[in-house]
Write a new protein. Structure first.
Length: 208
């Protein structure tokens, strides 16, 4: 399944600001939330609708509402938390789970340290959130953990991806649709996306 690169002009403009090393912590954090909202809009285009009848101030009318599809948001800690509020802006009724993974700087492989998901995760459409799809290791492991708990309908939403990460995720989970704001050129020897935007977690929380 090919990744969906969201090329909306507003989103692309905000990603350019996000890349700039002169962008400060508060502005960076705000931009991540705004981009997440725009990505959420695209990733939920296929939510089913049902027709209902309501009374407007003028007359009775037939209109459409969401057909009760249950959703869950699962940010990968810690950087994925920066996307959460922006997603909840559009889908405030979604339940939220958390998966904690960090990257071993020597092997570049993810190490799990936390997992807390809604008890009914198997009944929900799941949106996994992580700003960077670099090696793909964290996304692959997080989605594997979610599938082990019974979830069948999963999407991955990220700000920027590398071809290596996209390929790793597609190979491990070909049923998972990937949504990205940009697909960059490659990974460097340290596993950073080029041109990228640096370490998303450090820039969101000002820890570097």
């Amino acid at each position: 399944m090919n990744p969906m690169i969201v090329e909306h002009p507003l989103l692309q403009h905000k990603i350019s600001l996000l890349r700039n090393k002169q962008t400060g912590t508060k502005e960076f954090r705000d931009l991540v939330g705004e981009i997440a909202t725009l990505l959420c809009y695209e990733a939920t285009r296929d939510l089913p609708l049902e027709e209902v009848q309501i009374e407007t101030p003028i007359t009775m009318a037939k209109t459409k509402v969401l057909a009760g599809r249950k959703l869950a948001l699962v940010p990968i800690l810690r950087a994925g938390m920066g996307m959460l509020d922006g997603m909840l802006t559009l889908i405030p009724a979604a339940k939220v789970g958390f998966i904690g993974l960090y990257r071993n700087e020597e092997t570049l492989q993810p190490v799990e340290y936390f997992c807390k998901l809604p008890t009914d995760i198997s009944e929900r459409d799941v949106l996994v959130l992580d700003p960077m799809l670099a090696t793909g290791g964290s996304a692959v492991d997080a989605i594997t953990m979610i599938k082990k708990r019974g979830a069948k309908h999963i999407k991955f939403i990220g700000l920027i991806g590398a071809p290596e990460g996209v390929e790793a995720l597609r190979t491990a989970h070909p049923d998972v649709q990937i949504y990205l704001g940009a697909l960059d050129e490659y990974l460097d020897q340290k596993g950073y996306i080029v041109p990228g935007l640096g370490d998303a977690g450090d820039r969101i929380y000002g820890t570097k």
